[in-house]
Write a protein that binds this ligand. Sequence first.
Ligand code: HEC
Length: 137
Amino acid sequence: MGRGPLRIAATAVLGLSGCVALAACGDGNAVQGNREVAGGEAARGKAILTANTHGCGGCHTIPGIPNAHGTVGPPLHGMALRGYVAGRLPNDPGNLVRWISGPQEIDPRSAMPDTGITTAEAAHVAAYLYTLRDIPK
Ligand code: HEC
């Protein structure tokens, strides 16, 4: 008794400061941080995803990519707005490229396999994913 409400209040304060730090809560359209991928061209990323050379669309639903309707992994809508990549890394260009090009190096327990995509291709794909700001209502 007594400690419960205190802990809830403390959690609320922590949660709030987390929101402030991310500037993500409350406004779903707030874009945080840098979304410019060095060496990444969105049009080339779209072409890579459309060709589905690395199987991304077999596992992910990706807005704007024909036949990318996979449901193994999370849908990739709104990637420009997200605070984290795969819930593990702060969402910034370097981390998004790292995740796409080598998820198993970040977490070998992840269900996303290394696909063999090159870092250069991953940069193009990341640039395309950062054009996605749609959140289905
Ligand atoms: C075999 C299925 C599979 C393939 C192929 C695959 N992924 Fe994934 N992907 C996943 C799963 C499962 C997750 C969730 C991983 C986790 O949280 O550990 C994921 C997570 C992600 C995330 C993080 C999404 C988020 O909500 O933060 C991105 C971005 C991503 N994948 C992009 C790609 C791209 C680009 C490709 C192609 C190069 C690809 N994936 C290929 C299954 C796959």
